[in-house]
Design a protein around this ligand. Structure first.
Ligand code: FAD
Length: 481
C-alpha cells in the first residue's frame, strides 16, 4: 500500500525552511496531504482576534497558491481537530501526521491530545521546530531555572548557531482530487462589515510578502536601524512581526539573511545596526521562553505583588483610549494607527500601554485584549511580555516608577510632529512646539491652527502630572508585598 503523510499546517504558513514539510519530502512517502484545520474554539483566549483573522485568510490563500504552483494544494477542513484528522486519515489512507510545534498553553495541551490520539491509532507522528531559533526548554540559567531577565538569556543563545535555512521544494506530489476541501471563504475569517480595507492596502500576507519585506528592510532600513527604529514617522523597522507570527518566514531565515548582509558589508557601523536588530529577534525568543515556563502570564502578573494593585474601573476612559480620543496626541495617534492599519510602532505601544496602566490605572489585561483583537501581529508571547513589561509586573519589566510622559515621548521621538499630524489631522496646523501638548498652547495659537479644545479635539481626559503621582502612591501600597 502507498504510504501517505498528512502535513498539518498551523502557524508555519511557508514552503521554504519548513522542517515538517522537509521531513515529509525526505521520508518514504508517495503522497503528502497539506491540510489546515480551522478550530478556533479549541484555543480559548488564544484564538485569533479580528485583525489577525483577516491576515490569516489572505495568508492561507497565498499558501494554497504556492502549493498549487508546485502541483499540490491546501485541503481546508473545519475542526474539531481530532475528528477532522480522523476523517482525513480514512479518506486518504495516510499513515503519518507531521507538524511544526507551537508554544502557547492551550495549543500545547490540544497538540498533546492530538498526538496521543494518533499514536493510539497506530499512526506515526513527528513534530519539528520552526517558529523559534531555540526551544524554550533548552535554555536555562546556571541554577537550572528559566530566565526572567533578557540580557543573560540573549547572551546564552546569541552565539548558538541557528543553522542554515532549508530550501523550498521545487515540486510536490499531487493531492488526490477526490479529497474535498472547505472553501476558504466558508471559514468566516473576513468581517461581514468590511472594515479591513486599509489593512489589505497596507500588508501583503503570505510567504512572498514576507520575503519582499525582509529584502526591502535589509537593503533600505537595516543600514540605519539602530536610529530609525525609534522614529515612528519613518518606516524605520522591518514590519516582519505578523509574517513571523504566522510563520510565513522563520526566524532562522531572517537571522541568516542579516548575517549574509553583514558578511557582504562587514563594516563596524553595520554590525551595530545588525546586532540591535538581532536582539529584537532575541526578545521574541525571550517572550516565548517566558510564556512557556510561566503559562499563566497571559492573564496573571509574573510579579505576584501586582495581584493586589488597586486598578481603576473606568469604562469611559478605556473607551476613549481605544478610540484614540484621550486628548493626548501621541496616545491618540498610536491608537488610531492601530485601528486603521492593524499595527502600531513599538515606541507607541510602550507609550499607550504606560498611559493606560499608569495614568489611567486601568489593568493591563484590558489593553492586552484590545491589542489582541486589533493587531495583525497579535502574538500571545510577545503581547503578554509587552503588556507586563509596560505595567511593570513582568519579566525584565520597566520599573513601575518609570512612567512615560507621552508629551515628552513626542518631543523626543516625533520632534517635528510628523507622526501626530499623520494620525491626528485635526492638530496638523499646530506648530511643532505645541503639537504634543495642545492643552498648554496659548489660545491665539490654537485659534490660528483651527483647534478648539473640547470641540475639534478632546481636552486631556486625565492630568498627566497628578495621575502620575496617584499611580506612584498606589504602587507604594503594594511595593513591599
Ligand atoms: P522590528 O523592530 O523590525 O523587530 C523585528 C522583530 O523582532 C519583530 O517583528 C518581532 O517579531 C520581534 N520583536 C521586536 N520587538 C519585540 C519585543 N519588544 N518583544 C518581542 N518581540 C519583539 N510584538 C508582536 O509581534 N506581537 C504583539 O502582540 C506585540 N504586542 C506588544 C505589546 C506591547 C504593549 C509592547 C510594548 C510591545 C509589543 N510587541 C508585540 C513588540 C513590538 O512592539 C513589535 O514586535 C514590533 O513593534 C513589530 O514591528 P517590527 O516587526 O517592525 O519590529
Amino acid at each position: 500500500m502507498k504510504k501517505r503523510v498528512i502535513l498539518w499546517f498551523r502557524r508555519d504558513l511557508r514552503l521554504a525552511d519548513n522542517p515538517a514539510l522537509h521531513a515529509a519530502l525526505a521520508g518514504d512517502f508517495d503522497s503528502i496531504v497539506p491540510v489546515f484545520i480551522h478550530a478556533p474554539d479549541e484555543l480559548g483566549d488564544e484564538a485569533p482576534g479580528g485583525a489577525q483573522s483577516v491576515w490569516q485568510h489572505f495568508s492561507l490563500a497565498a499558501l494554497d497558491a504556492s502549493l498549487q504552483g508546485l502541483g499540490s494544494r491546501l485541503v481546508i477542513r473545519h475542526g474539531p481537530t481530532i475528528a477532522a484528522l480522523d476523517t482525513l486519515i480514512e479518506e486518504s489512507g495516510a499513515r503519518a501526521v507531521y507538524w511544526n510545534r507551537l508554544y502557547d498553553p492551550h495549543t500545547i495541551a490540544r497538540d498533546r491530545q492530538v498526538k496521543r490520539h494518533l499514536e493510539d491509532r497506530g499512526l506515526e507522528t513527528a513534530s519539528f521546530k520552526a517558529l523559534l531559533l531555540h526551544e524554550p526548554w533548552t535554555v536555562s540559567t546556571r541554577q537550572n531555572t528559566p530566565y526572567k531577565v533578557f540580557t543573560p538569556f540573549w547572551k546564552a543563545i546569541r552565539d548558538e548557531p541557528a543553522g542554515n535555512p532549508l530550501p523550498a521544494p521545487s515540486r510536490l506530489p499531487e493531492v488526490w482530487s477526490r479529497l474535498g476541501s472547505v472553501a476558504l471563504s466558508e471559514l468566516g475569517l473576513l468581517p461581514d462589515i468590511r472594515w479591513d480595507e486599509r489593512i489589505r492596502e497596507t500588508w501583503t500576507p503570505g510567504e512572498d510578502g514576507a520575503h519582499a519585506r525582509l529584502e526591502a528592510f535589509v537593503s533600505k532600513t537595516l543600514p540605519e536601524y539602530r536610529d530609525s527604529r525609534e522614529r515612528p514617522a519613518r518606516h524605520g523597522t522591518s514590519y516582519l512581526s505578523a509574517h513571523l507570527h504566522f510563520g510565513e518566514i522563520g526566524p532562522r531565515q531572517v537571522v541568516h539573511r542579516v548575517e549574509e548582509w553583514l558578511h557582504e558589508h562587514g563594516r563596524e557601523a553595520d554590525r551595530t545596526h545588525a546586532e540591535t536588530f538581532l536582539s529584537e529577534i532575541g526578545w521574541r525568543e525571550f517572550a516565548h521562553h517566558v510564556l512557556f515556563h510561566f503559562p499563566n502570564t497571559p492573564s496573571e502578573p509574573l510579579d505576584e505583588r501586582f495581584k493586589h494593585f488597586p486598578w481603576a474601573n473606568d469604562d469611559e476612559a478605556l473607551q476613549a483610549w481605544q478610540d484614540g480620543r484621550t486628548g493626548i496626541p501621541m496616545v491618540d495617534a498610536g491608537m488610531r494607527e492601530l485601528w486603521a492599519t492593524g499595527y502600531m510602532h513599538n515606541r507607541l505601544r510602550m507609550t499607550v500601554a504606560s498611559f493606560l496602566t499608569k495614568n489611567l490605572r486601568i489593568a493591563w489585561q484590558h489593553g492586552e485584549r484590545w491589542f489582541w483583537d486589533t493587531l495583525v501581529d497579535a502574538d500571545l508571547a510577545n503581547n503578554t511580555l509587552g503588556w507586563q513589561w509596560a505595567a511593570g509586573c513582568g519579566a525584565d519589566a520597566a520599573p513601575f516608577f518609570r512612567i512615560f510622559n507621552p508629551a515628552r515621548q513626542g518631543e523626543r521621538f516625533d520632534a517635528d510632529g510628523a507622526y501626530v499630524r499623520r494620525w491626528v489631522p485635526e492638530l496638523a496646523e499646530l506648530p511643532n512646539k505645541h503639537i504634543h501638548e495642545p492643552w498648554a498652547a496659548p489660545e491665539r495659537i490654537l485659534d490660528d491652527a483651527g483647534v478648539a479644545l473640547g470641540e475639534t479635539y478632546p481636552k486631556p481626559i486625565v492630568d498627566l502630572k497628578a495621575s502620575r503621582k496617584e499611580a506612584l502612591e498606589a504602587f507604594d501600597r503594594i511595593k513591599n508585598g
